[in-house]
Design a binder for this molecule. Sequence first.
Ligand code: ADP
Ligand code: MG
Length: 700
Amino acid sequence: MRPFVLDPLFGRASALPGVGPKTAKLFDRLLAKPGAETRIVDLLFHLPINIVDRSNRPTIAQAPYDQIVVLKVRVAEHRKPQGRYAKAPYKVLVEDDTGDAELVFFLANSDWIERSLPIGATRWVSGRLELYDGRRQIVHPDRVLDEAGIAKLPPAEAVHGLTEGLQERFVQRAVEGALAKLPRLPEWHDPSVLAANGLPDFATALHRAHHPESLADVAPAGKARQRLALDELLAQQLALRLVRSRMRRAPGRENKGDGRLARRIEAALPFALTGAQQRALEEIRADLASPKRMLRLVQGDVGSGKTIVALLAMASVVECGRQAALMAPTEILARQHFERLQPLAEGAGMSIVLLTGRAKPSERARLRQTIADGGVDIVVGTHALVQSDLAFHDLGLAVVDEQHRFGVQQRLALGAKGEAADVLVMTATPIPRSLVLTYFGDMDSSILDEKPPGRTPIDTRALPLSRIGQVVDGVRRALATGARVYWVCPLVEENEDLDLAAAQERHEDLTRIFGDVVGLVHGRMKGADKDAAMEAFQAGRTRILVATTVIEVGVDVPEATVMVIEHAERFGLAQLHQLRGRVGRGSEKSSCLLLYKGPLGEAAKARLVTLRQTEDGFRIAEEDLRLRGEGEILGTRQSGLPGFRLADLAAHARLLAIARDDAELILRRDPELAGERGEALRALLYLFERDEAVRLLRAG
Ligand code: ADP
Ligand code: MG
């Protein structure tokens, strides 16, 4: 159980003074896990990303765009929305001797505006100055102050990441409330490590991090930032080591197949394995045959043919009379794997079943029974596979596909279903070497660095959204040749409803143009509807599939040769690469059209250029790393892998090394974390929600 001393940190943010239900919702959207509520700790770890230097007071004419500025202005005119335009913004025109600007308030409280900005008065207005339609404007200034107010304003102020509707001052208020709840925690670091690096204690670090006085304080190299990063890295390294040593300690079993099933499968394949597939299989088979437990990662770019490697590995285990399981992150994928594997598996004489959360209760009960009796060799499924009421007769190998969607805990849970089951993890996100160790510890790794032959390169182009008409013409030509087309609309978390509407609208537009061959699939659809939409596209009953990013992971429709991505500028590089990987799977020439809304920022431009230049997932991953910094590359948003909240691996590589060495030393001296420092370290693990590792200690 979590130490009591941490309880205040895991209390709800909505209980803090000044956090009303509306603000709490916004925090949830910004900081909480899906379906969960924001906690105090989430606020504390939501560190400022910038500072506002309010000592900078330019004239209106000199003020830079897209930065927070403080302007001294006269209030010139109120433009209140009238009558049926009541939903239009309330605008206030302000000026100085050099120029003018509009203050724009959506859903305005007009009493407040009239009181705070009386015509003719002098005011100091702070906010992000933007150029919109040739006019300078500040949307929702964060400060409107009079003479007395400006005198009290601190010269530097924190800027936190926000979400639509959430204002900086609400965040600051909540953070202050959260800081006030911070309990005294025992020191978990070795004092000499702190001294050698000049790092403050945890509480001091949090206070300083939230009250930056200069830009250096929000940079990763700041001492407060370093301290917090080291905390997170130590927690992560400790957890990793605990998990790993536990897995390794459990003795493995030999799964030395005689190759008879694998040979039958290979003979039935319409293609020969690539060299990379063969190498990976040799490595896997050697692991399986050894009495040590296998913990192996197979990294292969999209389309590199991981599925067949998984099947052949499973066949080896079935040859030994044991069962194998394949877990996929989504229903669509589990179903697809099942449909692909079933003919091959059954053709070779293995039985295979599909188990997902969507099976009817009676059906599920029957499946559970067969699985427990050993009446089935291979089970394909979703996380339904790790539910506690499912028992295998004798699980020899657990394969986890597209693992970045799963946490360490789920991976372990599937492995734990068997007596010392071997574990194979497959990921399609090429992970730069420098990161493998961080995320997977010293898991062994096989790399599929060779694509099956006969693939033609994908013609990738970037076009402004304004040329969408041309794209529609292109799609029409492609359809005439029998092609199938993915049309992806982004679903960004900040405003899911709006984006869902955009996808639905695009579906309607395209249906108007192309008739009833246009399908739609998005994350909010019911499972069965999603399947139906995917299946219709797979079978060719629909030929254009409008989709949000639910198709990102693993879906395989070789006939699809055109990928249109709207608002490509909103996607990360890795994500664009994954999406593009949905086409170019057959021998037909494929194309990918990246529609962007300009003007593009530098980073977005660089992403699109990289994508046009290469299809090599590892090169793209390295470039992504360079563009974004490591902290984000496998961040929660992008991939679902529990990323770092405080550490930035690009900047904190030295700290990672320290944490790694320290974690090793700690566990060598006190493997059960039983001593006094051990207790502090347990608190650290809970603080960073590495609970699964603590549980292993106890089970230990
Ligand atoms: P991913 O690694 O993205 O999961 P898949 O396993 O879905 O890739 O394989 C992509 C496609 O390539 C599938 O249609 C599969 O049948 C095919 N494929 C796999 N291996 C080979 C091979 N050695 N030669 C030709 N095609 C292959
Ligand atoms: Mg796959």
